[in-house]
Design a binder for this molecule. Structure first.
Ligand code: ATP
Ligand code: ATP
Lengths: 217, 217
């Protein structure tokens, strides 16, 4: 499980904090408005009132301990920028920032944000892709127990697909093989695999974990 | 290509309208504020200033002609509700609404919205799923020419998978079969298909179009 810090508990920040917690991660959630903190008290590991632009207060949270830091302050772009700079200088490993527009997004990228999300805009693009028939790579729902993942070929996965016999040994099916940026769907069984080829594999989540363990993950 | 109407050109509505247009669809975009309309004039098929709560104005757009109607009015929930009711009563085939909170979302569903999106909240959930390591069904990137889609079994797709022989006839692979809420991955070739089964199919986009056409889409 990951240690996550979420700063700013508007609609976006609250959804990030509570969903990470439901997935079993440790979540610290902070906001400068008491009401916003109250709403999530029982839905995260620890909630606190804190002004993230106060560098001493930020330092007291133990910034380097967090795997992910999400800065979900929107309207007050100055506070978002100050908090991002402070977090990075205190040793934050990964900072994900929310931005309200393209200009703010570019500034946040320049000052070191590892990822910038524009919730309204990004959701608008995804919605249009879905309505407009672009086969976004959101696979049809295979149910909670099944997944499609990438598995990179290493020395444990030598030979041809026929040699490896993944369907019988692990119960997973290879639906495509990626090599050098090109993807071959429904690959031939006698194709010799090479290191760094990427297998696109579908199967039950436990079967996929088995395969990953076998490969040495 | 689809005929789409987007009402309300905030960040979400603008992203929906311009992305649908870039994907090659016909897009009419309207807003009550002239400035918002000006910004998209060259980015959609047709942009107009219009108050969507004015039923006569709405009627003049030819509501039944649109495949998708997106109502992206947020803060003024009354305007959103009035517009949704008016669009449905004028014969709208599909209405997708934006909502700013859960209560509004429930009201919009009750009055007939076919789909309700809460951009900040929904993007927060997706972000947490990605950061939190849930294998969201976002498949690894199979490249722009390959897709994974659902194809519902109808009278054109009778018999067993072996009988249908989809890999040789269309160049697509069936990776799972869904029936009554359950999903069977790596299905047996002699499994007799039934109407309303859902085939999860992977293949080149042209091959998938072929299969859809054969099925009668
Ligand atoms: N310096 C700060 N320290 C901590 N939290 C802050 C600070 N400044 C603002 N916030 C909080 O950040 C949150 C998000 O701010 P924003 O202005 O983006 O609100 P919002 O538009 O309601 O967000 P959303 O669109 O996600 O609902 C608010 O809850 C606000 O109280
Ligand atoms: N009756 C109406 N008819 C047409 N457009 C309307 C009507 N009422 C509001 N709008 C428009 O809807 C758009 C979206 O409204 P909203 O209040 O959600 O703004 P917003 O919060 O900026 O949106 P976003 O979060 O997507 O950026 C605005 O551009 C507004 O002018």
């Amino acid at each position: 499980t990951k240690q996550c810090l979420v700063i700013g508990l508007g609609r976006f920040g609250t959804a990030v904090a509570t969903t990470l917690y439901e997935l079993g991660h440790e979540v610290v959630a902070v906001d400068v408005v008491e009401d916003h903190v109250q709403k999530v008290t029982n839905l995260v590991t620890h909630a606190a009132i804190l002004d993230a632009t106060d560098e001493r207060a930020l330092r007291s949270l133990g910034i380097p301990d967090f795997d992910e830091i999400v800065i979900a302050i929107g309207t007050d772009i100055k506070a978002n920028i100050l908090t991002t700079i402070a977090a990075k200088s205190l040793g934050a490993r990964r900072v994900v920032c929310k931005a309200t527009d393209e200009v703010s997004a570019r500034v946040l990228e320049k000052i070191g944000a590892d990822e910038v999300i524009r919730p309204e805009h990004d959701m608008g693009v995804r919605t249009a892709q879905r309505l407009g028939g672009v086969r976004r790579k959101d696979t049809p729902d295979l149910g909670p127990n099944t997944s499609i993942v990438e598995v990179e070929v290493n020395e444990r996965l030598r030979g041809t697909l026929k040699d490896l016999n993944l369907p019988n040994r692990f119960g997973v099916q290879v639906i495509a093989v990626g090599r050098g940026g090109r993807m071959e769907v429904a690959p031939r069984a006698d194709e010799e695999l090479r290191p760094h080829d990427v297998l696109i594999v579908v199967g039950d989540n436990h079967a996929i974990e088995e395969l990953r363990r076998y490969r040495g993950d």
